[in-house]
Design a protein around this ligand. Sequence first.
Ligand SMILES: CSC[C@@H](O)[C@@H](O)C(=O)COP(=O)(O)O
Length: 355
Amino acid sequence: MYDTLKFEGDTLILIDQRKLPQKVEFFKCRDYRDVEFAIADMVVRGAPAIGAAGAYGVYLAASEFKNNSEEVFFKKVKEANKVLVKARPTAVNLFWAINRMEQAMKRNRNKPVSEILEILREEADNIAREDVETNQAIGKFGNEVIPQGATILTHCNAGALATVGYGTALGVIRAAHESGKNIKVYADETRPRLQGARLTAFELVEEGIPVTLIADSVAATLIRDGVIDVIVVGADRIASNGDTANKIGTFMLSELAVRFGVPLYIAAPVSTIDFDINDGSEIVIEERSPEEVTHIQGIQIAPDGVEVYNPAFDVTPAENITGIITEKGIIEPPYKEGIASLKSSQKKGDIDGQL
Ligand SMILES: CSC[C@@H](O)[C@@H](O)C(=O)COP(=O)(O)O
């Protein structure tokens, strides 16, 4: 599997997810503006991956402004962070990672800028390294709820490409496969950006995990017919009560899951929990450009001038979720208590949006 991101020399190198699977190309970010563009245009996407990319964006900004006076240095990095944090509004991991970089900077404010730079590089590397470890732990816990020979449905891409490595929902699937459970996967194509068809199918085919690609609208029939044993998806933001924002279409799957008695699990790191919001009504849902719906891979499929509604995410109510698989274990309903107990394990995760 290719690296979602790596930092080499003074450049953040991203696999260009807009082009996969037809082309394997790399996108080089030489400054924080490139990182902001890469996140907004979805060169890099998936909550943990944009968090790690954002962290390296902070480091690139700090490198760019290192020769200014201390006062100007701090001011300019703060301004850059404000740009980075606005690249995409729903996944809380971006806020979390940039906030973690800010905290590292604040703690070391009295040190020379050259040292602060080293600290920031180290912190970005830590965020990236920890993400892989976190996903492996999610995989280990998640494997416990996957029956032998299970047929699993997943939506969007919560795989290695959506993280620094291994994946969250696909981490669970990987762990189940690695433990010899003989699983099968159905992957929703995931309109409009086709992350399921382009990325999840790509990852699973590469790994030799049996996968069948379906149009999104096929899921209802499969669930009704008893083909699906368990649904596992990722998350972009989880509220304190367990309400979860994930790729548009997840809510619909969750309603089907409840109706037909199929368990639905969210697999996500603790950094995806927004402890500052009570429920899903407080989650900002990103709306993306009409072209994502009127065009497929650059080819227009809808008439000129048609009105389009294109929310990138929806919120699945906590009551539709069987369990939330984190690196600390599986939280079960009612979620409020379990989520609150995780708050202390959150590393400097004071996301106040006031960068
Ligand atoms: C481990 S990734 C979890 C989520 O970020 C994922 O399920 C998802 O919704 C990705 O959306 P995207 O718009 O592709 O960034």
